[in-house]
Design a protein around this ligand. Sequence first.
Ligand SMILES: *Cc1c(COP(=O)(O)O)cnc(C)c1O
Length: 361
Amino acid sequence: MVKRVFNFYAGPATLPLPALEKAQRELLNFADTGMSILEISHRAKEYDKVHNEATALVRELMGVPDEYKVLWLQGGASTQFYMAPINLQIKGKPIQFVDTGTWTSNAIKEAKFYGRVEVVASSADDNYRYIPENVGFSENAAYAHIASNNTIYGTEWHEWPNMPADVPLVCDASSDLMARQVNVKDFGVIFAGAQKNLGPAGVTLVIVREDLLERVSDDTPTLLKWKTEAEKNSLFHTPPCFAIYICKLALEYWKDQGGVREIERRNREKAKVLYDVIDSSNGFYKGHARKDSRSLMNVTFTLPSEELEKKVIEGGTNRGLVGLKGHRSVGGMRASIYNAMTIEGVGVLADYLTEFKENNE
Ligand SMILES: *Cc1c(COP(=O)(O)O)cnc(C)c1O
C-alpha cells in the first residue's frame, strides 16, 4: 500500500481513492483495447462510452432536467467568466452580480468587456466574510451571476436569491458542485471547474438551459458559443478525454456511495466537526466567515499569531495533514474538505487542532 496523506488543498484537490485505483488498474489496457484511455481516439466507441456515461452520471446525480444540456469544456472555470457574457448578454441590458470575493470580482472584470455591469450587492466592506442578504436583481437584467461557494473566504450561499421571472441566474459552483442537493431549475447556467469536487484539472462542467443557447450572436467565434458543443455532445473537437474519464470514475463512485444526498450528509457532518473545534476553542481559533455564511467546503480560520499559524501548518504537514495554508488574502488556515475528503481525515485534523491548542495556549 502506498502511504497517502490527508489532502486539504483548495484545488486541484483530493479524489476518491477507489476512483484512482481503478484508473491505475485500467491504465495500460483500457477495456481490452491494448491501449490506455490516454491513447484512444476520441471518435472510438470505447471513448464514446466513457464520455456518454460521464454525462449520464452528472444528469442522474444532479437530477438535471431534460431541457438542460451538460457540456464538458476546456479553459477552466475562468473561461466561463467571459463565455457567460458572450452567450447571454442582451444589448442595452445590464449584467448583474453579487460580489462575494475574488472569483466574482474576476468575473465582473470579464463581463465589463461585453456589457454594462451592475454590482447589486457586495461583502467587500468586511473582507468578504458574509453572503449579502435580501439581494434584489432587476427585471431588465440580461442575467445575474453569483458564486455559490467562495473558496478563498469560506462563505457559501445557503438560500438562493429571489429571481425576477425572466432573468437567468448563472452560478459559479466550482467549489461546491454536488456538495449538496440543488434544484437545477433554479439556475439558467451552472458551471464548475472539475478540479475541486468532481475530478482533475483540465475540464469544466457547464450545465445550461437549452433556450439560453439561442441568445448568442452569429458572429461569435465557434468555440466561444456554448451552442457549438451543445449540438455536438461536447465532441465538436477533441475533448479532454482523460479528465472526463477520471470524472466518470469519481461519479461512479459517488453513485455507488448513495449519490448527492449521501455526499451532503457527509459534508454536513465533516463541516460540523471542524466548526465545533473552532467554536469551542475560546477564541484560539477564529473563523473568518460569519457563522450564518459558513461554507461546507472551505473552513477558514486564523490563530492568535502568524508564528502559531506557521507552527500548526508545519506540524500538520509532518503528520500527513497537508495543504492547510490559508489564501494570502485571508491568511491563517484553510481546510478544504471537498466531497472526496473523508470523515476520517477531518477527524484526524480536528484531533490535531484540539491537541495543538492545548499545547500552545
Ligand atoms: C477555483 C475557482 C475558480 C477558478 O477555476 P479555474 O478552473 O482555475 O479557472 C473559479 N471560481 C471558483 C468559485 C473557484 O473556486
